[in-house]
Design a binder for this molecule. Structure first.
Ligand SMILES: [Zn+2]
Length: 82
């Protein structure tokens, strides 16, 4: 019986990137587009690439539909000044 690594396809994809079979940027886009935007936001937050909303302290800035008024209006230009 052949052992199957629980992340065999993850490893396969990474190997394909390493071998130049797929462009890293393309692989990234495929992964991100496959994930929902909430999942992307959750990953970014987990890896500390996403800060909490400057206004409400929550994650509203990841979900425009549910964003707080402070974020939507950007009253203090917290997001424009970068
Ligand atoms: Zn907010």
């Amino acid at each position: 019986m052949k052992f199957k690594h629980p992340r065999q396809y993850t490893i396969k994809l990474l190997e394909m990137v390493d071998e130049g079979a797929i462009d890293p940027r393309k692989a990234l886009e495929l992964c991100l587009c496959y994930m929902g935007d909430r999942e992307v936001a959750d990953m970014m937050r987990t890896e500390q690439y996403l800060e909490d909303c400057y206004y409400c302290g929550g994650d509203c800035s990841s979900f425009e539909d549910h964003a707080c008024d402070g974020y939507l209006g950007d009253l203090d230009n917290q997001y424009r000044a970068a």
